[in-house]
Design a protein. Structure first.
Length: 263
């Protein structure tokens, strides 16, 4: 973005002419956009769970309820509190990554273990979706276990969130290439419009449709995934079509044990 304005030139009190000034404000516009997005996302994402928590705690305090109702409302409060925790940890992660404070602790890890643990956690939380895993049990990656878990957690969370109940989510790992491993997370959910794909991994970006608005979110999950994939020397990309579902693919460098031992 270029901003243009006229500046009058005065010398010893006499007007000598007019200067046209061109300023590249691309960076500033982006910072402004991020600030606006941050304020609106945070206020919306804080307000929605807080409203539910206030509502349910009032019901619990002032009404005499059957024990199963009490359980149900406590469950809702717990869920909304987790949503708040999620928001805060996403914001902190983004801030840490931006300031370069996110330290990675790389070591050889069994990819199958990381994926099966993450899948088990999601399967436990959502019995309405069928999650499957295809991965060679001996395959190693050189990575930070916590960060990789966070990456797959975000992808699985989205696959479930943007799919109707009964949806299938398939995680497949292929390593036929000489030097890379591909991990794909495929869902049969609402899909992503072509026009959104180029902005999908930007911070705070959310697809502007009624489904995404209803579901809620911060637009930070995929930006974090991209940072983590790139932090491992890899990349992320998506294939999707509206109504058919989405496949997110992470490409990571293959781990060659001898290389690491000799270095
Ligand atoms: P959010 O917190 O909004 O889910 P993300 O950064 O994880 O943020 O995702 C950005 C946007 O990409 C989402 O708002 C949603 O519109 C879209 N999206 C992400 N994953 C999927 C998916 N599996 N299916 C459909 N849309 C998705």
């Amino acid at each position: 973005f270029i901003q243009m304005y006229a500046e009058k030139i005065h010398l010893r009190g006499t007007r000598h002419g007019t200067m046209l000034v061109f300023r590249d404000v691309t960076q500033e516009t982006e910072v402004d956009r991020l600030k606006t997005e941050l304020v609106s996302t945070v206020s919306h994402e804080l307000r929605t769970p807080l409203t539910s928590i206030i509502g349910f705690t009032e019901l619990l305090r002032y009404r005499s309820l059957q024990p199963d109702r009490v359980d149900q409302y406590l469950g809702m409060i717990h869920q909304e509190t987790l949503r708040l925790e999620d928001l805060i940890s996403n914001l902190l992660d983004v801030q840490r990554m931006e300031s370069g404070q996110q330290a990675y602790e790389y070591q050889p890890e069994r990819l199958h273990d990381i994926l099966s643990e993450t899948i088990a956690l999601h399967q436990g939380a959502s019995q309405h979706h069928a999650l499957t895993l295809e991965c060679d049990t001996n395959l190693l990656v050189y990575g930070d276990r916590n960060r990789l878990s966070q990456l797959f957690t975000n992808l699985l969370h989205n696959a479930i969130k943007y799919s109707p109940d009964g949806g299938k989510v398939a995680v497949c790992v292929t390593h036929d290439q000489a030097d890379t491993i591909e991990i794909s997370v495929q869902d049969k959910g609402i899909g992503i419009p072509e026009s959104a794909i180029s902005k999908l991994f930007d911070k705070f970006y959310r697809v502007d449709n009624s489904a995404s608005r209803k579901i809620g979110g911060t637009g930070l999950g995929l930006a974090i995934c991209k940072e983590i994939a790139e932090g491992h020397g890899g990349s992320i990309h998506v294939d999707s079509s509206v109504g058919d579902g989405s496949t997110f693919t992470i490409t990571l460098p293959k781990y060659v044990a001898e290389d690491k031992m000799s270095s």
